[in-house]
Design a protein around this ligand. Structure first.
Ligand code: SP5
Ligand code: ZN
Length: 345
């Protein structure tokens, strides 16, 4: 399988995030992509550099004000104080409920809060460059599918599925899966489906397509009553307006056994087949792995082969977009297992 990879995706390298009130080393590291790259190359998959510029398409997924902020955020942070080069900005105030989000404040931290859903999306000097490279990869992947590829893998990081039209969150800045789906629609696919198998609900992807019937979003994830992102991902969220019936959430309790996870995958696959998409985007979070340090599903490395086999049986041209997965040293094996399962059938 062709693997879209850009070395720019390593440019996003913040040092810290917050966990239980402490500043801890980031779980989402450049090493993750390196493990995936090495494993895929070792199994004979070909690395391809993204050839497309996603700039125009990005404006169909994200709001211009958000993109402008993201693109210049580090420069703005340094403008406050050159010593900030060695520090990280975190939001500390958010325009919740009856506060106004229609006026962009002048204060940088206030703008960061306006465009964030949490304090869990650490920024660094290379964040924009890395996330943009992921978007370029997503557009290139769509083009490769349009040219006849059956499967393409986007080795994106930072991940993307928590990023909404105008908000970053959960280590995500640009929603690469949404970019891929939008690019596929543009390539002439009438119906595109997104299947999100990350441990966490892909709130950004759901929100972006919530009122659309041409992009079905199906997600299997930890129940938001106990799991991040907490405020979206319940089973009664079915889409709205023209999109009513085109969003399916399958929340599962933390600790769900492997057999029950694959049962839910069957439910997801049945909905996908009824929709009969001309292309499929898989938000491939590998944080469902039993060894993941921040998640609580139980998949073993061999289960990722089974996932790949099942996805191939859908018989849809498929773009895999890497999302979460924090057991870094096993991430390569798990990603390559999905790809090999997909190509085995
Ligand atoms: C893309 C992706 O996987 N983003 C995940 C963001 C999760 N951020 C919140 C982390 C909360 C960690 N809770 C750990 C509980 C450990 N028992
Ligand atoms: Zn996740």
């Amino acid at each position: 399988m062709q693997v879209l990879y850009s070395a720019s995706q390593q440019a996003h390298a913040p040092a810290f995030e917050f966990f239980r009130g402490e500043r801890v080393p980031c779980f989402e590291t450049p090493a993750r992509a390196e493990f995936v790259r090495q494993a895929l190359q070792a199994r004979g998959h070909e690395l391809v550099a993204p050839q497309d510029d996603s700039s125009a398409l990005l404006l169909r997924v994200h709001h211009p004000g958000y993109l402008a902020f993201l693109q210049s955020a580090w420069k703005q942070w340094l403008a406050l104080d050159p010593a900030n080069a060695e520090r990280q900005p975190f939001p500390s105030v958010w325009p919740v409920r009856n506060l106004r989000s229609d006026v962009e404040p002048d204060n940088f931290i206030a703008r960061l809060g306006l465009y964030s859903m949490d304090n869990g999306s650490p920024l660094s000097a290379g964040t924009w460059v890395a996330a943009k490279a992921g978007a370029d990869a997503a557009v290139s992947a769509a083009r490769l599918l349009a040219q006849g590829a059956r499967g393409v893998f986007c080795l994106t990081r930072p991940p993307g599925h928590h990023a909404g039209a105008d908000v970053m969150g959960g280590y995500c800045f640009i929603n690469h899966a949404a970019v891929a789906a939008t690019a596929l629609r543009e390539c002439g696919c009438q119906r595109v489906a997104v299947l999100d198998v990350d441990y966490h609900h892909g709130n950004g992807t759901q929100s972006i397509f919530y009122e659309r019937a041409d992009v079905l979003v199906v997600s299997l994830h930890g129940d938001p009553r106990t799991e991040y992102p907490f405020y979206l991902g319940h089973a009664d969220e079915c889409g709205a307006g023209a999109g009513l019936g085109f969003n399916l959430n399958l929340p599962l309790p933390a600790g769900t056994p492997v057999a029950a996870w694959f049962d839910a995958l069957e439910t997801a696959c049945a909905r996908l087949q009824r929709f009969s998409p001309e292309a499929l985007v898989v938000s491939l979070g590998l944080d469902t792995f039993a060894g993941d340090p921040i998640c609580s599903f139980k998949l073993q490395s061999s289960d990722f082969v089974r996932l790949g086999v099942r996805l191939r049986r859908l018989q849809r041209p498929t773009v895999f977009v890497l999302e979460g997965g924090y057991a870094a040293s096993e991430l390569g094996t798990n990603a390559a297992n999905v790809v090999d399962g997909f190509e085995q059938v």
